[in-house]
Design a protein around this ligand. Structure first.
Ligand SMILES: [Zn+2]
Length: 511
């Protein structure tokens, strides 16, 4: 039933309450109630998606599975309402999660390269290589290969040597190493750490990883693993945010940003040759907000030269870091509106509104992001508090990159059933689901985020919602027309296969 029809019914109800309800109170009430539910489902994200007969059957199966899992035996601990660190083993046993893992996810549009690969892989692979070292300075630990300028040589030791000294308890030693790059293993995981404390730990993970990713053999192995983990999770295209930090090889030769872009281009090409269904990667230059105007000018010039050298590969610009303690978009606005480059402003993909506060300049980053013509908004958690912007993002089709687990781990929301994306879904504001930094919270790929999107953010939804999310990830990407055609052909095949898998594995459920 159309939305305006329900509104009409409700208005009529108000006007003729005494007459209509006196005549047939139960029937009228139930009909109106059903009409409201039906209209809400049709109005929200995914409500108008067409489902073919196979998809309708898969939809019934998924909804039955979901209903079953949402029936909470222990009401105090529903999995969809639990923190990911506690929920992970339950999610891994979930039949809904099994199905979501099989689902082709299209594109991942918000991912930071140095936090994308699972921490367990980094520990079990990179730290076991002969070149891997650990530097200890001021009670902080940093992975590295060559001496770091802030770390004295006598405080930098080969990890294999350290491991040998702990030969009686290598598992404990490896968990200790992992704690440098895992939020799950930080003291802030327990209790009620403040946003500032969580961000300190979070940024310490990036600092700890940096040294490994500056070494070319590690850089290559790590990014190969990144592609492997996401492709295994049925992701066919990635837009990757990175800072283009320098890389050096075993002979000490240094590689600047253009050479780093080229290295990555080659890794992606090699991966595509082995996995022809994979569409590829595009890069977004992402620099920390904690910078001067002069440094921003340089970053914009770097973007200009990279995007000219690698058109269609380096495609956007972003500023990252904790918003409420660093510079706001407004403070940079004159440079961002008119960058000192010949080719004009970059395509922006700003992190904005990754914040729980209200009426601060940081909270208002979402206003500036829209004014600066951002193509998508990273997080947009605070968008809910800006009603004029809801209409602007709908009108301009600016998708919100929703990262559920990231927002939970960084303290914006404890129970993801309260995530503002529920409101965006209800209001049909375009969103995509993405995983931000899964390597730092013991996740892999993006399926865990999809689980929360399906079970916590949109608990009423079915296959139509998932289909909308997956196809919107392509729609709001930076792919060219030709690339869109390729990935669409792949996705159509994979989607049909997924639907058949759900139906055939569960056909008894609907009989
Ligand atoms: Zn991010």
């Amino acid at each position: 039933m159309a939305f305006h029809l329900v509104v009409t019914i409700l208005l009529l109800l108000g006007v003729t309450e005494s007459h209509a309800l006196t005549l047939s109170r139960t029937k009228t009430y139930d009909q109106l109630r059903a009409a409201i539910k039906e209209s809400e489902a049709a109005y929200g994200l995914g409500g108008k998606v067409h489902l073919n007969p196979d998809e309708r059957q898969a939809d019934r199966i998924l909804r039955a599975m979901k209903k079953d899992e949402l029936k909470v035996v222990d009401r105090a601990r529903p999995v969809a309402g639990m923190h990911f660190f506690d929920a992970k083993p339950f999610i891994e046993n979930s039949t809904v999660f099994e199905a979501l893992k099989l689902m082709p996810k299209g594109a991942i549009l918000h991912l930071h390269n140095s936090a994308a690969v699972s921490s367990s892989w980094v520990i079990k692979n990179l730290t076991y290589r002969a070149e891997a070292k650990l530097c200890n300075v001021d009670d902080r630990y940093y992975f590295t290969v060559r001496p770091l300028n802030f770390c004295p040589e006598n405080q930098t030791r080969p990890i294999n040597q350290l491991r040998k000294e702990r030969k009686d308890d290598i598992d404990t030693f490896d968990i200790w190493l992992e704690s440098f790059i895992s939020m799950k293993l930080k003291p802030t995981r327990i209790g009620y750490a403040s946003t500032d404390e969580l961000w300190l730990d979070f940024e310490s993970c990036f600092d700890a990883m940096k040294g490994f990713l500056q070494y070319k053999p590690f850089f290559e192995a790590y990014h190969w693993q990144l592609l492997h983990e996401f492709y295994n999770d049925r992701v066919y295209y990635i837009e990757l945010r990175m800072s283009f930090a320098k890389v050096f090889d075993a002979a000490g030769r240094e590689y600047g940003p253009p050479e780093v872009a080229y290295l990555l281009h080659r890794i992606v090409d090699d991966f595509r040759r082995q996995h022809p269904a994979f569409q590829g990667v595009k890069l977004i230059l992402a620099k920390h907000r904690n910078m001067t105007d002069g440094e921003l000018e340089k970053a914009l010039q770097l973007y200009d030269s990279l995007s000219t050298t690698f058109p269609g590969f380096v495609v956007g610009f972003d500023l990252v870091g904790q918003e409420d303690i660093n510079r706001s978009l407004k403070s940079f606005s004159s440079l961002l509106v008119q960058p000192p480059v010949s080719s004009g402003p970059p395509k922006y993909f700003f992190h904005a509104g990754e914040i729980a506060g209200y009426f601060t300049e940081a909270d208002e980053n979402v206003i500036d992001a829209v004014l600066l013509d951002t193509k998508r908004i990273g997080h947009g958690y605070a968008l809910m508090k800006h009603p004029i912007l809801w209409h602007a993002v709908q009108h301009k089709q600016i998708a919100i990159e929703v990262c559920p687990i990231s927002n939970q781990v960084l303290g914006l929301v404890r129970d993801l059933r309260n995530h503002p994306a529920s409101f965006y879904v209800a209001q049909n504001i375009p969103i995509v689901i993405t995983s931000d930094d899964p390597g730092f919270w013991d996740a892999v790929g993006v399926s865990f985020d999809y689980y929360y999107a399906f079970m916590a953010i949109a608990p009423h939804s079915g296959l139509g919602f998932l289909k909308q999310l997956v196809w919107d990830s392509i729609r709001y990407s930076s792919l060219s027309d030709g690339e869109r055609q390729n990935i669409t052909a792949t996705m159509e095949k994979q989607w049909a296969l997924f639907v058949r898998q759900v139906v055939s594995a569960n056909s008894s459920a609907t009989e």
